[in-house]
Design a protein around this ligand. Structure first.
Ligand code: 5GP
Ligand code: ZN
Length: 149
């Protein structure tokens, strides 16, 4: 959709630090992360909010976020957990009206860092951070291959 910043990222007309993509989904780092590795997962086709989103696509979106949360635990900045969150609609503080699932990695005892990040929203070293999460995805895929071997 023209005028939608996330559609422009999908089409390559706007830059983003990408983590993974397939035919359906794209995951990229949030430009104003709450914690290092804060990622957004979006459907490539525009849907403005949950009311506008095909439920099967919603399930795929969650599956993408689930996989990322697992990858973050296996990354070079290993997370102990993650917050997965959708702000659905203006009333819920949605500011970009293209559905997106936030995946926010968390560390045990990070309450202060999290609160500070929530206020400051400063980017970390984006390329390094993205590479670490991609490594986590590779490790997850290797584990899955071992399990099914
Ligand atoms: P919302 O409040 O709509 O759930 O969050 C939108 C998120 O998108 C925010 O966390 C914001 O930092 C992020 N964001 C907004 N514009 C851009 C952009 O152009 N690129 C990236 N990577 N993230 C963006
Ligand atoms: Zn869009």
């Amino acid at each position: 959709m023209s005028g939608c910043v996330f559609c422009r990222i999908v089409s390559g007309d706007a830059p983003a630090t990408k983590i993974f993509e397939d035919d359906i989904l794209l995951a990229f780092l949030d430009i104003r992360p709450i914690t290092r590795g804060h990622t957004l997962v979006i459907p490539k086709n525009h849907a403005s909010d949950l009311d506008d989103l095909n439920p099967a696509l919603g399930a795929q979106l969650f599956a993408g976020g689930h996989r990322l949360a697992k990858a973050m635990r296996r990354s070079d900045f290993p997370a102990d957990g993650a917050n997965l969150l959708i702000n659905d609609g203006k009333a819920a503080f949605q500011t970009v009206h293209h559905v997106h699932l936030h995946v926010i990695p968390r560390q045990t005892g990070d309450t202060f860092t999290f609160a500070k990040g929530f206020v400051l929203r400063r980017p970390h070293d984006m390329e390094h951070t993205a590479a670490a999460i991609r490594t986590g995805l590779d490790r997850l895929a290797a584990e899955e291959r071992e399990t099914h071997a």
